[in-house]
Design a protein around this ligand. Structure first.
Ligand SMILES: *Cc1c(COP(=O)(O)O)cnc(C)c1O
Length: 386
């Protein structure tokens, strides 16, 4: 059977060149980067070279990079670490209603421990308003956390502009850039951010490795304790193979970004144009222009996302509804509710995310198979009136 993977926002396959860069770290260069002997020093060199590659790519200094186990750990580290470090200064955090659970859940946890959190609304396209942010910041605010691009609807936030506001107010600014690093240009100076999260498995690197950018001078408590790796800022033996893979993945994205962007955006735009032409009663979710080059998200009325997903899966097509993290629960996505969809419409969403190996033929296959799947499900749906 034909197999078509259209779920790159959930995770990407590892590029073979990344695997080649990782391989030596499992046997000849297996040392612990904290050891003083030659094995350790060899691993340490890979670690520091990788740090330099990543730092250069996002416009940071190498000392400002902390390697972590991925996006979730980076997000948790910022929320918890900044709250602990600045609790004497204030107890208020500002974030948005459409953040990834890796930000929402630590924020909720902090609320149970005496912090106040403002969850900013977004407009129908998923955008945070700079004015709302300005109004939300008080003299008790210690951190603002707004994601760079949303993982479900692909909307890109005006991070540089939001960052100018936090800078003026003297408040730390974090962005979860897990969906953008490797996909669109990301420069911490231009974005005016103090903290930035990223994860390798979203840009053709391995799972279980990521990084956190921390601007020099910013105060943050340690989240992972138990060793003096990363200058005491993140304990645990360095995942050298993963870190080497992350760095190689960054190089490949860096060298091909413009070409890959343009290519994926052309496939995206075909889907955005053709799906409504083939299927009645659909609605594009996310900003029409200010969106990730690889993201398509439609609400397909009168049917359930889960049934659509399973029907497509039987035809070899892998997409997503809501986000992968919540698709096991029956609650509709908090992101789709936040952009104003009613529960029924939110339940019938389809996210198609494209990547390095998506072909025109893959898109053709989806455009051939999706309309009859929707038609059949609608015929069985009690919500659908012909
Ligand atoms: C995938 C994702 C995460 C989680 O990253 P992991 O490396 O899987 O922990 C966090 N935020 C966003 C926006 C994501 O897309």
């Amino acid at each position: 059977m034909k197999k078509v993977y259209l779920d790159y926002a959930a995770t990407t396959p590892v590029d073979p060149e990344v695997i080649a860069a990782m391989e030596p770290c499992f046997y000849e260069k297996f040392g612990n980067a904290s050891s003083l002997h030659a094995y350790g020093q060899e691993a340490k060199k890979i670690l520091e070279d990788s740090r330099q590659t990543l730092a250069d790519f996002i416009g940071a200094r190498p000392e400002e990079i902390i390697f972590t186990s991925g996006g979730t750990e980076s997000d948790n580290t910022v929320l918890s670490g900044v709250s602990c470090a600045l609790e004497k200064k204030g107890n208020h955090i500002v974030t948005s209603m459409i953040e990834h659970h890796a930000v929402i859940e630590p924020a909720k946890f902090l609320e149970k421990h005496g912090f106040k959190v403002t969850y900013l609304k977004v407009d129908k396209d998923g955008l945070v308003s700079p004015d709302d942010l300005k109004k939300a910041i008080t003299d008790k605010t210690i951190l603002v956390s707004i994601m760079h691009a949303n993982n479900e609807i692909g909307t890109l936030q005006p991070i540089a502009e939001l960052g100018r506001i936090t800078k003026e107010k003297g408040v730390y600014f974090h962005t979860d850039a897990v969906q953008t690093v490797g996909h669109v240009p990301v420069n911490v100076g231009e974005l005016n951010v103090d903290f930035l999260s990223l994860s390798a498995h979203k840009f053709y690197g391995p799972k279980g490795v990521g990084a956190l950018y921390v601007r020099q001078g910013c105060r943050m408590d340690t989240y992972m304790r138990g060793g003096d790796q990363e200058k005491g800022r993140r304990a645990s033996t360095h995942n050298i193979s993963g870190i080497a893979g992350l760095a190689r993945a960054i190089e490949l994205c860096r060298d091909n970004m413009d070409k890959e962007n343009a290519y994926q955006a052309s496939l995206r735009d075909r889907l955005i144009k053709e799906i409504p032409a083939l299927i009645p009663d659909v609605r594009l979710n996310g900003h029409p222009a200010q969106r990730l080059p690889n993201n398509v998200n439609f609400s397909i009325k009168y049917i359930e996302g889960e049934s659509m997903l399973l029907s497509l899966d039987m035809l070899g097509i892998a997409c997503s509804t809501g986000s992968a993290c919540t698709s096991s629960s029956l609650e509709p996505s908090h992101v789709l509710l936040a952009i104003g969809l009613d529960h029924e419409t939110a339940h019938g969403s389809l996210r198609i995310s494209l990547g390095r190996w998506t072909t025109g033929a893959d898109v053709d296959y989806l455009l051939e198979k999706l309309p009859p799947v929707v038609k059949k499900l609608r015929e069985m749906s009690p919500l659908y009136e012909k």
